[in-house]
Design a protein around this ligand. Structure first.
Ligand SMILES: Nc1ncnc2c1ncn2[C@@H]1O[C@H](COP(=O)(O)OP(=O)(O)OP(=O)(O)O)[C@@H](O)[C@H]1O
Length: 363
């Protein structure tokens, strides 16, 4: 496919994943301050993602054995699953420095040329949100990745000249939440692609025990399980909930994090047993109570909860769909049987909502 078909001059706007949400997966200011202290620093310490870890281990060991720079690596997956952490581990395992930047920060090819030309041999360049780079920068990256060379354009108009610039070998680690948005010519230039999955509860419990140790908190197995179950499969959310539960434990209890303390704390913060927050529950509640389970159009649903359409669609719905609580259908949004039972409600038998569900889960 022609790269022109898929890449865009206009960067994708940031998702309205309100950073202030306790269960939002994007990093907020406090996360950024604390995350550095909680990042695992070696592949051995990195919890979960067995397949990616094992494959990456081979890629890095083989490069080390050859005395070569590691192949370019593409990491895809939702925010907060550990892509930045893995890129730092790659640099540490290769004993190489790392430079961190992001697609939205590189809007002109010149920005990229300045970064590339100052890399040291073997350096890891971490490019977060690589799908949001401008097209000219992306095209410059193709040549840099393949031939370790860029053409710097000097001057404008007919007098412009391309000056080739040799680059030292480097490893590009690209991260994206949407691998499908990358133009194939870019995707094909990565020697290794790792897809990061959401974490199992048991893995998040290990993350929580490790973080508690680093933050010098006392947490028991049940306390960790309680927090893990509400963390939406995401280590960043698990670590954030841990900090809020710590506050509660210190103010309202003896500082120890038990199941009871964790449950009480997260009730105060309105994160329920499945990790739904107030917005998620408001969407479900409107769908069930006002529209009898649907189908209902997105705009109507958004008006009913007093939110923007985009907020409902991009902030609340993905997790509700992933949890099997809501389905998007051509006729509108439909609540699943699990949604009724999660909110403790009984679906009315003879309603359009029940009809919608029969349509979806049809006998
Ligand atoms: N496998 C893991 N084991 C332990 N901690 C982890 C793991 N993955 C992520 N974390 C922790 O979760 C936090 C978020 O991770 P990280 O910043 O690497 O995510 P990300 O995928 O790069 O997110 P974004 O896409 O928003 O940049 C970090 O504090 C990190 O310590």
């Amino acid at each position: 496919m022609n790269p022109d078909d898929t890449s865009s001059e206009t960067p994708t706007p940031p998702r309205p994943d309100a950073a202030e949400r306790l269960v939002g997966a994007s990093a907020d200011g406090e996360d950024q301050a604390v995350e550095a202290a909680l990042r695992p620093t070696s592949l051995g310490e990195f919890v979960g993602q067995e397949r990616v870890r094992e494959q990456l281990d081979l890629v890095l060991k083989a490069a080390r054995a050859r005395g070569a720079t590691a192949d370019h690596v593409l990491l895809s997956g939702a925010p907060g699953l550990g892509k930045t952490t893995l890129s730092m581990i790659i640099a540490a395992e290769m004993n190489a420095p790392i430079r961190i930047t992001s697609g939205p920060a590189i809007q002109h090819a010149g920005d990229l040329a300045a970064i590339l030309s100052s890399l040291q041999e073997g350096e890891v360049l971490f490019l977060d949100e690589i799908h949001r780079m401008s097209r000219p920068a992306e095209e410059m990256l193709y040549m840099a990745m393949e031939d370790f060379r860029v053409d710097v354009i000097v001057g404008k108009g007919p007098g412009a000249t391309a000056i080739p610039l040799e680059l030292p070998p480097f490893t590009l680690v690209g991260a994206t939440t949407r691998a499908g948005l990358l133009p194939p010519p870019l995707r094909d230039r990565f020697g290794f692609t790792g897809h990061m999955e959401f974490y199992e509860s048991a893995e998040l419990e290990r993350v929580l025990h490790r973080s508690a140790r680093l933050l010098e908190l006392e947490i028991d197995a049940e306390g960790a399980a309680e927090i893990a179950g509400r963390s939406r499969g995401t280590p960043r959310i698990a670590n954030r909930l841990l900090r809020r539960v710590r506050d509660y434990a210190q103010v309202k209890a003896d500082g120890r994090i038990t199941r009871e303390v964790a449950a009480m704390a997260l009730k105060v913060y309105e994160v329920d047993s499945r990790g739904l927050d107030r917005l998620d529950r408001a969407v479900l509640h409107a769908l069930l109570k006002l529209f009898a389970g649907g189908p209902v159009g997105l705009s109507t649903l958004a008006v009913a909860v007093g939110e923007e359409r985009e907020t409902v669609e991009e902030v609340a719905e993905p997790f509700l769909v992933r949890e099997g609580l809501l389905a998007r259908t051509p006729r509108g949004r439909i609540a699943t049987p699990a949604a009724w039972s999660h909110l403790g409600l009984v679906p009315p038998p003879q309603t359009p909502g029940a009809g919608g569900q029969q349509g979806l889960f049809g006998a």
